[in-house]
Design a protein around this ligand. Sequence first.
Ligand code: RIB
Ligand code: CA
Length: 312
Amino acid sequence: MPRKIIIDTDPGQDDAVAILLALASPEEMTVLGITAVAGNVPLPLTQKNARIVCELAGKVDVPVFAGCDAPIKRKLVTAEHVHGKTGLDGPPMADPVMPLQSQHAVDFIVETLRREPAGTVTLCPLGPLTNIAVAFQKAPDIVARVQEIVLMGGAYFEVGNITPAAEFNIYVDPEAAEIVFKSGVPLVVMPLDVTHKALTSKARVDAFRHLGTQVGDMVAAWTDFFERFDVAKYGSQGAPLHDPCVIAYLIKPDLFSGRHINVAIETHSDLTLGMTVADWWGVTDRPKNAMFMGGVDADGFYALLTERLARL
Ligand code: RIB
Ligand code: CA
């Protein structure tokens, strides 16, 4: 029975690959909707990019919604330096034709969780957690109805990527992250600790290109663009495909390993704002609220990704 999911996203080249992977895997998941949030680039671009990706996958029946255009209480911080001005820099792209839904993403999330049987919808946030947190604030009754949240965000042993202490998705809206991490909803967290072990490489990107499809060519062009930032910054060969780790987990959880621990969010200190303080060694009595991933079978991850992208 496929899992019913809502993908909440700020495309972003890696978000785009995650959305393609989800849309290529109908046996494992049914995408009830895609909700865009401001993050990598402003909301007008993330909602447009989400529709571009659905059209690329040939899945224009998936409803796309625009959500919050700014964090709950802070000014939006974007990441054009990583993703380019459009958020999907790399290959040239035509404007989308499929429509944007008129309903606000937050209302779609609330309505869907109230309509579907309790415990049957998984939320997959791939960007800042603003839409999820605002939905929980607006309709507290939906919190207990969420099956699970599988999100990309945070960092502990790998430290931050937007500040020395914080990962981008959490840093943009720490208050939203705190609401989600304290909600009591079962959490599976894909932090930089694991996504930085899922690096692209020439062979892995060539495998995308050798698919000989428009999807393969676009993904190869996106990863070529996306990796220039990480290679320059970390001197690494290749870039971390962060967000597809969330979807790969839904398909093949055994690709990943981690620990069920307490993760708390710093929301006050200017120095460490947005840090995910992970009690990896169990030195506090704070409640265990998250399966915090640390390991991944990178070859298995790329094999799965390539095999599924070939279907589109
Ligand atoms: O820090 C990485 C995360 O920030 C990824 O989700 C990427 O798309 C950006 O949103
Ligand atoms: Ca993202």
